[in-house]
Design a binder for this molecule. Structure first.
Ligand code: SAM
Length: 238
């Protein structure tokens, strides 16, 4: 049998921080479907412990760490041992289980792994981070701020805007919690109540939001040599 050293223990706060900072961790929930439907970490994959043997092939095994979560951290130990015996890892077990998780949760039955629905930043942004000139960034339609926070954790000075006051409040709270301050404001980028200042940002990012009439304003908002990054492209300004 694999020893306990074949997996590490992780606290909820640490897991939350790692996800928010863009570490490519797969979150595997091994509770029952009912428990999962009540509340789970957004974007986690559901494979109940008793089904793990038959569904082993569904566990993403690209070498990225897998964080196993259950209700109290007990089933997670069994799951980690089983996964380690079958060559999957590196592995974390969420100690104390979801009872100790203070990060975002959602209800529902969609238990398919979806990295973009966790608190993690957009994969495209993480993969192209090195192309971005450091300095002042703006995240348009920031939502709950996952991408703005990611840039802030990596040394950017970050402004963010979203039309939803609730989303902005959550973005601010998350950023504070992670020690990655952002200046998030409520604003509507479509009706002229929020205007992108001209030649002000080294980087402007826009993910999962499209309003074509904004294209010129976005281009004008970056300094010469700055960069615009949207869901699937990184464009230097001229
Ligand atoms: C699908 S979410 C994307 C959030 C974030 N960019 C991300 O990728 O996680 C789209 C966001 O656009 C915001 N939004 C929609 N219309 C907007 C507008 N006119 N001005 C500012 N934000 C807007 C919504 O409130 C929502 O938070």
């Amino acid at each position: 049998m694999a020893s306990e050293e074949s997996f590490k223990i992780i606290e909820g706060e640490e897991l939350y921080r790692k996800l928010a900072m863009g570490e490519p961790i797969v979150v595997l929930d091994v509770r029952t479907e009912t428990e999962f439907a009540n509340s789970h970490i957004p974007g986690s994959i559901l494979i109940p412990l008793h089904q793990l043997e038959n569904r082993l092939g569904e566990v993403p095994n690209s070498g990225s760490p897998v964080a196993v979560v259950c209700e109290h951290g007990i089933r997670g130990v069994s799951a980690c041992r089983f996964l380690a015996e079958h060559g999957i890892g590196p592995l974390y077990n969420l100690t104390g289980g979801l009872q100790t998780w203070n990060g975002p949760t959602e209800a529902g039955t969609d238990g398919h792994w979806d990295r973009n629905r966790t608190v993690a930043p957009a994969r495209f942004l993480v993969e192209n981070f090195d192309l971005l000139p450091r300095g002042l960034a703006l995240d348009l339609a920031t939502g709950e701020g996952r991408n703005a926070i990611y840039l802030a954790t990596r040394g950017f000075d970050v402004d963010a805007v979203d039309v939803s006051a609730d989303a902005v409040a959550r973005a601010r709270a998350r950023a504070r919690r992670l020690g990655a301050p952002i200046r998030a404001v409520v604003g509507n980028v479509e009706d002229g109540t929020y205007i992108i200042p001209i030649e002000s940002y080294d980087v402007i990012i826009v993910f999962n939001y499209l309003h074509r009439p904004l294209f010129n304003d976005i281009r004008d908002g970056v300094v010469p040599g700055g960069v615009v990054s949207r869901s699937h492209s990184v464009t230097p300004s001229t």
